[in-house]
Ligand binder design. Structure first.
Ligand SMILES: [Zn+2]
Length: 132
């Protein structure tokens, strides 16, 4: 288990995985612990990419756009998540838009995936829909 939560690797304040995304990963199946905001779901999905939690990614993917299955690239080394702008998706919202950059690799192999993601909340649970 990582000491620092993967989604906070670039932050000054680095909470542990147990204090950040792990409760969402553990509570997803029975929906006991849910991210309050679209950004929190975004963070937990990034951490799930890092930790290869394919089931969590599928469970938090809206059924309208969810792939049949997911093959994560185990070779890809994610190095941090940068939330560029949360346009919407607060605790009271039902739709969210979050712009982020997910960084990977080191040295000459480093790069980043820049995306504006959309989210929807149904029955109190946020889901990833797609990229704008
Ligand atoms: Zn986290």
């Amino acid at each position: 288990m990582p000491a620092t939560c993967p989604c906070r690797a670039l932050d000054e304040h680095k909470p542990s995985y147990a204090q950040c995304c792990q409760p969402f990963h553990l509570g997803c199946q029975d929906k006991t612990v849910l991210p309050e905001t679209a950004e929190a779901l975004m963070r937990s999905r990034y951490s799930a990419f890092v930790l290869l939690l394919e089931q969590y990614l599928l469970d938090t993917w809206h059924e309208s756009t969810r792939p049949q299955d997911l093959q994560l690239d185990e070779e890809l080394e994610w190095t941090g998540l940068e939330i560029i702008k949360t346009r919407s998706g607060g605790a009271q919202a039902s739709r969210g838009v979050v712009e982020f950059a997910a960084h990977y690799g080191r040295g000459a192999n480093a790069g980043s995936q820049h995306e504006v993601s959309t989210f929807v909340k149904e029955d109190g649970a946020w889901y990833y829909v797609d990229a704008l």
